[in-house]
Design a protein around this ligand. Structure first.
Ligand code: PMP
Ligand code: GLN
Length: 382
């Protein structure tokens, strides 16, 4: 957890959000919506406080929320985790990831992820003492390279950690890729951990949960969160489900991380998970329009744009502007044109960082006029 210069590292999201705030820049760095989720859901949390849900919730989460997670998985994907033994509520997906890797991996094990990878994966693998190995997602479609993936598995691969839809690349993995991941995990007797926090943010392509594929459920821990789907990132309510023995091990660790998670938010998230399917479709449709507004703007600004099928991140290549080091640019961008973005190379080890040197990630979970303004500011760069 040390930065390259040996200082204690601050996450890239904190670094860029601090820079953006200091210069009053439009913050398209951290994935944080500028509009809150449904008022009825916020009201449910206020009501829960008024009703006295203000002391510790049960360690594994309230029964109502565990049941709501199970019902959501059944309604959308035909999965049927047992709310009693196979589901736990966590403090965001972040705690779910940490508890899972700390419970299931240790020194001598390998945690295999795709690269680029969400920042906490490498950090938590490091805390657990496991080695972090990677398999690249390559331009232009950023889908898994199945041949490379097969080679990346070893007899030490304890966990293959999938993130689909993928942050930062915005890829929605094909069924073929997911089936191959399951097949390789089976062959190497590895556990699949799948981070599906963007499950409802896909644009015209279906989200396929890994656990729904043949042979997968018995070796898969599925993680998600209310933050993205419902635009309440600050509530930090997440969950995981999987086979009872794995969930019991994860719960043992989880007790000593956060013990339990925000009591008044749990009934509110339970209500959110039960919203009509039209709500979930509406969230995706609105985001798809935002993706297109920012994508168009970035193209006008002279960048090469990779249009994502999911998440609220869009990646653009700054090379057409003559930029070779997008990380250096990102650190100057707030001051230079009043926009903050995240360099994709920070989600990589060395080789991957070289391949993604000129890429920037922009978050489009913002009002359309904010996206338009950011794009016209970026157009002054060229
Ligand atoms: N996984 C991925 C891929 C993410 O992008 C994020 C953050 N947005 C998280 C996990 C963390 O989610 P949470 O805020 O629920 O802890
Ligand atoms: N997941 C968010 C992103 O990728 C940030 C969450 C955080 O700040 N840790 O932008």
């Amino acid at each position: 957890l040390l930065a390259a210069d040996g200082s204690l590292a601050v996450t890239i999201f904190e670094e860029m959000t601090t820079l953006a705030a200091a210069s009053g820049a439009i913050n398209l760095g951290q994935g944080s919506p500028d509009q809150d989720g449904p008022g009825t859901i916020a009201e449910a949390a206020r009501q829960a406080i008024a009703d006295g849900a203000n002391q510790y919730a049960p360690g594994k989460g309230t029964l109502a929320l565990r049941e709501a997670v199970a019902a959501h998985q059944r309604r959308f994907y035909g999965l049927s985790p047992d709310p009693d033994t196979e589901v736990i509520i966590t403090t965001g997906a972040t705690e779910a990831l940490a508890a899972t890797l700390l419970a299931l991996t240790g020194p001598g094990d390998e945690v295999l992820t795709f690269e680029p990878f969400y920042d906490s994966y490498g950090a938590i693998a490091g805390l657990s003492g496991a080695a972090h190995t990677t398999s690249p997602l390559l331009a232009p479609d950023f889908q898994p390279d199945l041949e490379h993936l097969a080679e990346a598995f070893t007899e030490r691969t304890r966990v293959v950690l999938v993130n689909n839809p993928h942050n930062p690349m915005g890829t929605v993995f094909t069924r073929e890729a997911l089936v191959k991941i399951v097949e390789l995990a089976e062959r190497h007797n590895a556990i699949i951990v799948t981070d599906e926090v963007y499950e409802h943010l896909t644009f015209g392509v279906p989200h396929i949960p890994v656990a729904s594929l043949p042979g997968a459920a018995e070796r898969t821990v599925t993680i998600s969160s209310a933050g993205k789907t419902f635009s309440f990132t600050g509530w930090k309510v997440g969950w995981l489900h999987g086979p009872a023995d794995l969930v019991a091990a994860i719960r043992t660790v989880k007790q000593f991380l956060r013990y339990s998670s925000g009591s008044p938010f749990q009934p509110a998230v339970a209500a959110a998970l039960a919203l009509d399917k039209a709500f979930f479709a509406g969230v995706a449709a609105e985001l798809q329009r935002k993706r297109d507004v920012l994508g168009e703007g970035l193209r006008r600004a002279g960048l090469e744009v990779f249009t994502p099928d999911g998440t609220y991140f869009i990646n653009a290549d700054t090379a057409p502007l003559g930029v070779s080091d997008a990380a250096a640019l990102a650190r100057r961008l707030p001051e230079l044109v009043g926009v903050a973005a995240i360099p994709v190379s920070v989600f990589c080890h060395e080789g991957g960082a070289e391949r993604t040197r000129s890429l920037l990630r922009f978050a489009f979970c913002k009002k359309n006029e904010v996206l338009e303004e950011a794009a016209s500011r970026l157009a002054t760069l060229g």
